[in-house]
Design a protein around this ligand. Sequence first.
Ligand SMILES: Cc1cc2nc3c(=O)[nH]c(=O)nc-3n(C[C@H](O)[C@H](O)[C@H](O)COP(=O)(O)O)c2cc1C
Length: 407
Amino acid sequence: MAEEMRVVLRNYGKIDPLNIDDYINAGGYKALEKARSMSQADVIAEVRKSNLRGRGGAGFNAGMKWNFAYGVQADQKYVICNADEGEPGTYKDRIIMENDPHAVFEGMAICGYAIGANKGYIYCRGEYPYVVDLLNQAIAQAKAKGVLGEFDIEVRMGAGAYVCGEETALIESIEGHRGEPRYKPPFPPVSGLWGKPTIVNNVETFANVAQIIEKGGDWYAGLGAASYPGTKVLTLTGDVVNRTVIEVPTNTTIREVIFGFGGGIRDGKKFKAVQIGGTSGGFIPESLLDTPIDFDSMTAIGAVLGSGAVFVMDETRDIVDVVERIAGFFEHESCGKCAPCREGTMRMYELMKKVKSGKGTVKDIELMKKLGGVMSVACLCGLGQAAPSPVLTTITHFRADYDAKLQ
Ligand SMILES: Cc1cc2nc3c(=O)[nH]c(=O)nc-3n(C[C@H](O)[C@H](O)[C@H](O)COP(=O)(O)O)c2cc1C
């Protein structure tokens, strides 16, 4: 779309992803060459200056994370690209990898140079076998051309567990163990894969890096919202006219996303709610639609930018029905390692089923609020911590939907 700002998807539709020369002719791998002519500290400083923050959900400053790994002495370090993309309604990493795999490799190789790692892994969602195949072909081309130098990349395939997108569960999975999150600290930049300093970044995060090195951190820091600069690739799903992928500056408002890029609500119906950031995202009512999509603005309204999924619901949607199904998803996906998540997701699902069936009471709503509050602070990883968010935000903003079903 004309109004998009394409940084990550700059080559989308313009190059053949399986022809490395196309990428090189479009300026590809120049940033890696430039990075290698700089000191490691200068590369990290440039990324820090850009204020690039993680696009996988947690919004952590990428340069700062790299600096932690750079500062640790070790005989081996690793770079992992998180391409697990298990968040329902999210398929932006697939689009990036399918259309411009070398942009991801280049970002990983720059990271590898900066922290002193010569080995990278791409942990790709198991339901993307076609992408795994494409990545392997593109890696073979990069190796044949010698563009990655000493830096080696290997693809590992996930097996379908949502929790394996959590960085330490992902690391466990690559090591061949059951995918369960680790206790932190130590964090992966200090002790990650096989106990070695490891950087885990999202596909979209890595896809930004080459341009930051090429055009400078100041250029990037000037795009979009100051506290979370750059662009965000969003996937629009649900009752919106244009169900599609867009890349917009981070100061774009939710209203612009849904009613501008998205073309509004389908079939002439009215807007009811939007859930941003995937299943664990908060539900946003009409009154908050003028909030920019950047990480901090979303957090301030009790929502999350997360992976950038935008799930739009029209006036006919029953919020309790939607949230009950989401609660079922979390109950199913909880890995069971910690009690607050294992028990909490189960009890939350039971309560939601009770409310949906018309047997719930006001006391159940209060219990869900209390349970959600405990889970958000007591669970071991982000899965359980964020799982109550759809319940809690809908009780706040769409209470009438609950009240209509209570005894
Ligand atoms: C349950 C769960 C699932 C996650 N799934 C993903 C995922 O599919 N992709 C991703 O990049 N990050 C995912 N994350 C976030 C990662 O733990 C981690 O923060 C991220 O990969 C770091 O990269 P970034 O800083 O570039 O965002 C998930 C976190 C949790 C708690």
